[in-house]
Design a protein around this ligand. Structure first.
Ligand SMILES: [Zn+2]
Length: 134
């Protein structure tokens, strides 16, 4: 009986040069992103003006003129409570459908420009800004 041998397959060539990729060129991944927290500082100021919301100094025009979020100190004993109060103030400027559409659009634009390849929206509850029927 004739023996049949398996064909010989050469292993892939091993390159000695390690592949180093620039992490900034990889797709960006947010596993958890809050819309309010993604709001542009300029949008916060414009929507506060639109709805007549008086923002605290930490969220005012002077504080946000750099385009950066407010600086909070980790050593502040009231750090979380202060953060939550400012966050609630920022959320309070989102009052109508136009505001929500703008926030979602700008978040998508910002994410795209920062390298996000796509996103999925998921919420544990529908967004219900003040004045909206739930
Ligand atoms: Zn969260």
């Amino acid at each position: 009986m004739e023996q049949v041998s398996a064909p010989t397959i050469a292993p892939p060539a091993v390159t000695a040069v390690p592949v180093v990729r620039d992490v900034r060129l990889l797709p960006k991944a947010h596993l958890h992103l809050h819309f309010t927290g993604s709001m542009r500082p300029a949008t916060l100021l414009e929507l506060a003006d639109k709805h007549g919301v008086h923002l605290p100094e930490a969220l005012g025009a002077q504080a946000l003129s750099s385009g950066e979020p407010p600086k909070l100190r980790a050593t502040d004993e009231r750090g979380w409570f202060r953060f939550q109060r400012l966050y609630d103030m920022a959320r309070s400027v989102l009052r109508d459908e136009e505001d929500i559409r703008r926030l979602v659009l700008e978040t998508a634009q910002d994410e795209r420009s920062e390298g996000s390849a796509g996103w999925r929206y998921r919420s544990t509850r529908p967004p219900t800004p003040p004045g909206w029927a739930a």
